[in-house]
Design a protein around this ligand. Structure first.
Ligand code: UDP
Length: 249
């Protein structure tokens, strides 16, 4: 245990996963930024996990993250089962919005990378209207023309990358030399902040069925979601605890 005895850290398939109450985990992130650590944060869920099992480069990138946060209910269930560690689920979008609020109060600069051009533009505008200092943004469909140079010049404190898995974490891992304090993959969060997609209603969030809501509302693009949830469940059960989930502190 650490962070005043309220947080726990486990090695979940060699990923450095922080567990505890959502509020404490977010506070710990902020404290780590303030302490001058450079952070690469992954919001771990079963889809990201399964992708990493299939793509060695992606697995390597995830192993190099400073922290993983339990974004998916499958991960919350797995660490309880294997490590007897209880944790809140910490959805990436909530962490992003919390950090934006901190950024506002602390004068941190924020950069958004990802989503369609109109979407990221709208997300930036909405955050600016709330007083967040968005110093720049770029869509996530670039090929050769990389936004790295612009980020290098703007030196954002927080770099949110919403290009979906595995692209977003691979991009962060390949650009760790950029001058940010925290970089975090946030999936489709810009679409929600821009107002083009809705989050699952509270009922689905509380009953840990957000994935189910996303599947029924986007059945074509998300046709693999229930299959992934089932695959994750069987993998965790069949692999067992040994060597896959160890308490670190
Ligand atoms: N996206 C992107 N570049 C790509 C592919 C996707 O910027 O090459 C964006 C897409 O527009 C969306 C986000 O990445 O805003 C992915 O959202 P999704 O819901 O698929 O990600 P998840 O939340 O499942 O990780």
């Amino acid at each position: 245990m650490f962070g005043g005895g309220i947080l726990e850290q486990v090695s979940f398939y060699s990923y450095n996963l922080l567990c505890g109450k959502a509020e404490e985990l977010r506070r710990y992130l902020v404290d780590s930024i303030v302490s001058g650590n450079k952070l690469f944060v992954v919001t771990l869920n079963s889809q990201i996990f399964l992708r990493a099992q299939q793509i060695p480069d992606y697995d390597e990138a995830l192993r190099h993250a400073t922290f993983h946060l339990p974004d998916g209910s499958g991960v919350v269930w797995a660490v309880k089962r294997h490590c007897n560690v209880v944790t809140d689920r910490v959805p990436g979008i909530d962490t992003m919005l919390y950090l934006c609020e901190e950024a506002k109060n602390r004068g941190w600069k924020v950069y958004l990378l990802g989503a369609r051009p109109d979407v990221v533009n709208r997300a930036a505008e909405n955050l600016r209207n709330k007083g967040v200092n968005i110093v720049g943004y770029h869509h996530g469909y670039f090929e050769d023309q990389t936004p790295a140079e612009e980020i290098e010049k703007l030196k954002p404190d927080l770099l949110f990358v919403g290009m979906g898995a595995p692209r977003q974490e691979l991009w962060i891992y390949q650009h760790m030399q950029l001058p940010f304090k925290l970089a975090m993959g946030v999936g489709g969060s810009f679409d929600v902040i821009a107002g083009v997609k809705k989050r699952a209603p509270k009922f689905f969030q509380k009953t840990r069925l957000e994935w189910f809501y996303r599947w029924i509302t986007e059945p074509i693009s998300r046709s693999r979601v229930p299959l992934d949830v089932a695959k994750f469940f069987f993998k965790v059960v069949l692999d067992g605890k040994d060597g896959n989930c160890e308490k670190i502190r």
